[in-house]
Design a protein around this ligand. Structure first.
Ligand SMILES: Cc1cc2nc3c(=O)[nH]c(=O)nc-3n(C[C@H](O)[C@H](O)[C@H](O)COP(=O)(O)O)c2cc1C
Length: 365
């Protein structure tokens, strides 16, 4: 199996474990994936939810937790694979999270839920603050779902910073969490011909590879379940895949056992597209929480300062509370994001077993 080379960094296997907030992918999962030779990604969204003092100081706890989890994941990986973070652009403290990840020594930074227009600048600022050498800085990637978004991103970075992306994550309509598609598009996934969109995005990044005499590996995400799906992504021109949902039903995943069981029990008909205060649709497992928010707004008693643009008086529910409730195991009253293929997941396994199932050979073992 080919390795995944991103600039001067490389992972033995061409797989990125997708970032999952809140608290679903932290150091335990990301470290285990890296140890097997993949790229383990920690989500920074409210990552410090279980740190002491979180109720009073979310920002401080999250910054401390980013450092703690990146370092811990690297210890678990023992030098294998790569460890990175996923930072949502829509977060109020997106810039601080990026800088904290640079300082903690993340190998890669992937930004979604918005276009990370100023990401290169943030990396340079953080590097200056700690006196880091350019070659040691994290490799950076935006998440895009359309050729239009890819073009905008690459054009902006070229114009503003005279540089291009180190790699590109293409997230399709079958992904979990927040989705860069309209509800109407998600209701008719099969008529989207997303393979053609992937090919157009790849053609777009090739223009920038030529312009900057560099390679921009492309990682395809969304609904990838087995080796057949991985091979299909490669046949479209991908250099690697990003998989998230399958890693939830692993022993190492950082969510509560009840959350993992909800994945194993979910049937295809339990999956639903929901509205999120982030302003994008999301895919989730239907439960009591979703039934409730369909009927009424859930009053917000406390604001956790998560999103740049959120008016607690107007949104239907608090996304931070809903996601923290779920990851702690309250699977009836919390919001459980999932990918479109969650219905196929039917048992728990270790990260090693999953990587072996997908690639047939692994990392350190
Ligand atoms: C529970 C869950 C939480 C997620 N949270 C985030 C997130 O915080 N930021 C992000 O960019 N993507 C998030 N995603 C998307 C994944 O990183 C990934 O790209 C996508 O789910 C891949 O599709 P798959 O789950 O079918 O493999 C999340 C996905 C899931 C299932």
């Amino acid at each position: 199996m080919r390795e995944l080379v991103i600039g001067n960094k490389a992972a033995a296997l061409p797989i990125i474990q997708g970032g999952m907030g809140v608290g679903v992918s932290r150091s335990s999962l990301a470290g285990a994936v890296a140890k097997e030779g993949g790229v383990g990604i920690i989500s920074t969204a409210q990552i410090g939810y279980d740190e002491e003092g979180f109720d009073q100081d979310q920002a401080g706890c999250n910054l401390r937790a980013i450092e703690k989890h990146v370092k811990r994941a690297k210890e678990i990986a023992r030098g294998a694979g790569l460890v990175g973070v996923n930072v949502m652009v829509a977060l109020k403290h997106y810039r601080e999270h990026v800088k904290a990840a640079v300082k903690a020594g993340a190998d890669v930074i992937i930004c979604g839920a918005g276009l990370p227009v100023d990401l290169p600048e943030l990396i340079s600022q953080a590097a200056q603050e700690i006196g880091a050498l350019k070659e040691n800085l994290p490799r950076i990637a935006p998440i895009v779902s359309s050729e239009k978004a890819a073009r905008i991103m690459l054009k902006m970075w070229a114009k503003k910073y005279d540089r291009t992306a180190d790699f590109l994550v293409i997230e399709g309509p079958k992904a979990g969490g927040h989705l860069g598609f309209s509800k109407e598009q998600l209701d008719h996934i099969d008529s989207l011909d997303y393979d053609s969109e992937i090919r157009r995005i790849i053609a777009c990044k090739e223009e920038y590879e030529e312009r900057y005499n560099s390679t921009i590996p492309v990682i395809v995400a969304g609904g990838i379940y087995d080796r057949k799906d991985i091979d299909h992504a490669f046949s479209l021109g991908a250099d690697g895949v990003q998989i998230a949902s399958r890693f939830v039903a692993t022993w190492e995943c950082d969510a509560d056992d009840a959350y993992k069981r909800a994945y194993i029990n979910a049937r295809p008909e339990d999956i639903q597209i929901v509205k999120s205060p982030v302003g994008m649709p999301g895919r989730a497992i239907r439960n009591k929480f979703i039934e409730k928010v369909e009927e009424t707004k859930l009053p917000i008693k406390k604001c956790y300062n998560c999103l740049e643009k959120c008016n607690p008086k107007e949104v239907p529910y608090c996304i931070t509370k809903a996601l923290i409730d779920a990851v702690k195991g309250d699977v009836e009253n919390g919001l459980i994001f999932c990918g479109a293929n969650v219905g196929r997941i039917d048992r728990m396994m270790s990260v090693h077993e999953l990587m072996e199932e997908l690639f047939g050979c692994c990392g350190l073992h």
